[in-house]
Design a protein around this ligand. Structure first.
Ligand SMILES: [Zn+2]
Length: 225
């Protein structure tokens, strides 16, 4: 879900009402010092901008949601804009249709692939995650990758996937007003009943600095090594 407020893009997955957003606090977490067990890499190729990511609400408006405490949202931006043309069509957006890959080895346990992509600027609050893939990394770590393009997901429930394997394409389905990727890790496969886990990615550039292990933060331009 995205709300533009005072020039700041807010992207949330899983909150239906955000009227009192200024009063929200970071969700309590027992996992602040957690080290991700599975080896993760960024789920896309090329340079992407982190629209939301980090530990605090000031940099990550997912942080008030327990399961999405450490989520990231990302899209592509060139010359200050996420689209070419007038931005009225999903196809105008740089990241729309770009491939998304498994961030780590695991088994696909949930797939939704039939949700229609939104017209940019509109929301689908009835199907928050839109099209999504959930991967069980088999160590109480579950990856949620959301807002895929309708019909683009090429893996099925039960598939064993390896890090870097294509899952589908970036879309604008669910609570999303423009094409982007949502990623988070949690302790269960239930979007609304689990604990968010910090997801440390290995070997990526953040603003051209090589990060061997880290969590992407708002406004960083990140790229796989
Ligand atoms: Zn999100």
């Amino acid at each position: 879900m995205r709300i533009k407020k005072q020039g700041i893009i807010i992207v949330l997955l899983g909150i239906l009402t955000v009227n009192c957003i200024d009063e929200l606090e970071e969700a309590q977490s027992n996992y602040l010092n957690y080290n991700t067990k599975i080896n993760l890499e960024l789920p896309f190729n090329g340079e992407w901008l982190i629209a939301h990511g980090g530990r605090n609400l000031s940099e990550n408006h997912h942080a008030s949601v327990r399961e999405q405490r450490f989520a990231i949202d990302a899209f592509q931006k060139i010359n200050g804009s996420s689209y070419l043309g007038d931005g009225k069509d999903n196809e105008d957006y740089y990241c729309f249709g770009k491939p998304l890959f498994a961030p780590g080895n695991g088994i696909v346990i949930l797939v939704e692939n039939t949700v229609i992509d939104n017209t940019p600027g509109e929301l689908n609050p009835n199907q928050l995650a839109g099209n999504y893939v959930v991967i069980n990394h088999q160590n109480d770590e579950y990856s949620f990758i959301a807002h895929f393009k309708q019909g683009s997901i090429i893996v099925n429930v039960g598939d064993q996937v390896v890090k870097g394997q294509k899952l589908g394409e970036t879309g604008n389905s669910g609570n999303s007003t423009e094409p982007h990727l949502h990623y988070h890790m949690q302790t269960t496969k239930n979007l609304h009943n689990g604990e968010g886990l910090p997801a440390q990615f290995l070997n990526y550039y953040a603003n051209d600095v090589l990060i061997e292990r880290g969590e992407p933060i708002k406004n960083q331009i990140v790229k796989k090594k």
